[in-house]
Design a binder for this molecule. Structure first.
Ligand code: DQA
Length: 139
């Protein structure tokens, strides 16, 4: 089982960025724990602040991997290109958000990704990623 977590813009700053919303652990340390806990899953991580790089990564993994866990961050609310890429690939994608986007500003309520994904998990902090992973494991 090959699963990739793809994180979008500014998520490289997790741990430092608005800790009241996003918490104070780095994604790297969270990811290490996740890999330890789910040793029998081939778990990969990719982060980019660049829209096209996220699209390229989706194309690269999207006909091969078991699942994609995608937090497109701000691009969730703006990117027709990422939405189209998710639609174009065969690998199922779960959209995740650390915060509950529906509790926040109105512009965060719209997702260009959501219509093309298996499901959306939002608002559970870093646990959102683990819940998505469990959904792939239990399928
Ligand atoms: C986010 C929510 C987005 O609205 C925001 O732009 C992010 C992070 C989240 O994980 O809660 O950068 O995707």
């Amino acid at each position: 089982m090959k699963i990739i977590i793809i994180n979008g813009p500014n998520l490289n700053l997790l741990g430092k960025r608005e800790p009241n919303i996003y918490g104070n652990i780095t994604f790297e340390s969270f990811f290490k724990n996740l890999q330890e806990k789910y040793k029998n899953v081939d778990l990969e991580y990719f982060q980019s602040n660049i829209e096209g790089e996220i699209i390229d990564k989706l194309h690269q993994v999207g006909f091969e991997y078991t699942g994609v866990i995608l937090n497109a961050a701000a691009y969730t609310h703006t990117s027709v290109g990422i939405g189209d890429a998710v639609k174009a690939i065969q690998t199922p994608v779960i959209e995740v958000h650390i915060s509950n986007i529906y509790k926040r500003e109105k512009f965060r309520h719209e997702s260009y990704i959501a219509p093309n994904v298996k499901g959306v998990i939002a608002g559970f902090g870093m646990q959102s990623y683990e819940l998505a992973l469990l959904s792939f494991i239990n399928q």
